[in-house]
Design a protein around this ligand. Structure first.
Ligand code: CP
Length: 297
């Protein structure tokens, strides 16, 4: 595999390989390798964890400041990528608001450069889904026998799309989406999920509750009522969490809007594994980089 662009292009064997490598925590050092982070949207977790992952593998890391880069002088994205590739960079992580942009770049570079999709529009965020699967496996075992509820702004979520694709691929038979009709995409029939508009019903006896950020930056103002009304119906609080299994785990890919999609006490409570997700983010990204580099050599 040359690139990591989405979950669809991974086989279950590849997924297991990446997760097992991450869990083992043992990695070889890579010398004379450079990774560049090219983020056109803001990020804390993904950018920092890719940087930490690379540094822990002995890889040199450059973070491009898009605000002061030549793209602001009118240079095309492909010209920027060709410029970086000419400096002998092997790995390029890209985050962009446009769906399919990392795949477009991958189609236009030669195999010496691996493109890693660090989140594109509402399309995909494969490394996030992989770290979420690792977290679920550590806490609950294989996903085949689990009921997983994904709650909140599904319409704008690249994380949820990648999670559903991954959980389904790995055998999960009960994936539920809980959201108001305005936050369900029109192509919902194409997803292997059960849709609920009532949180108390959708959360009944689930093993895993994944809350999603309300993505105001990708939204028309009419798509949700005010924050307190949204929280009343779709924010995860104790009353709603009580519908899930008593040992259910609570997840959130971050960044969180406390008091909008999740109550602060739940986010910091005993069932929350949100910071485990963050910790696993570094390990899974080490495993992804290691796997891409191994295939190059
Ligand atoms: N989950 C996630 O992608 O977080 P960041 O936007 O902070 O990278």
């Amino acid at each position: 595999m040359t690139h990591l662009l989405d979950i669809a292009s991974l086989t279950p064997a590849m997924v297991n390989h990446i997760l097992e490598r991450a869990e083992s925590g043992t990695f070889l050092k890579h010398q004379d390798i450079t990774m560049i982070n090219l983020f056109f949207e803001s990020s804390t977790r993904t950018r920092v964890s890719f940087e930490l992952a690379a540094k822990r593998l002995g890889i040199d890391v450059i973070n491009i400041d898009v605000a002061t880069s030549a793209t602001k002088k009118g240079e095309s994205l492909l010209d920027t990528v060709y410029t970086l590739q000419s400096m002998d960079c092997e790995l390029l992580t890209i985050r962009h608001a446009e769906n399919g942009l990392p795949a477009f770049v991958a189609d236009n570079v030669d195999n010496s450069l691996s493109i890693i999709n660090a989140g594109d529009g509402t399309h995909a965020h494969p490394s996030q889904a992989l770290l979420d699967l690792l977290t679920i496996r550590q806490q609950k075992g294989h996903v085949c026998d689990l009921s997983i509820a994904i709650m909140g702004d599904f319409a704008h979520s690249r994380v949820a799309r990648s999670q559903i694709s991954l959980f389904h691929k790995m055998g999960c038979k009960d994936i539920r989406v809980i959201a108001p009709p305005s936050l369900i995409p029109t192509d919902i029939e194409s997803f292997p999920v059960h849709v609920f508009h009532e949180s108390l019903k959708g959360l009944q006896d689930v093993d895993v509750v994944i809350t999603l950020r309300v993505q105001k930056e990708r939204m028309q103002t009419t798509e949700i009522p005010n924050a307190s009304e949204y929280f009343e119906h779709y924010g995860l609080d104790q009353r709603k969490l009580d519908c899930a299994k008593p040992d259910a785990i609570v997840m959130h890919p971050g960044p969180m809007n406390r008091g909008v999609e999740i109550d602060s006490q739940i986010a910091d409570g005993s069932q929350s594994v949100i910071l485990e997700q963050v910790r696993n983010g570094v390990l899974i990204r080490m495993a992804i980089l290691d796997w891409l580099l191994h295939d190059k050599n």
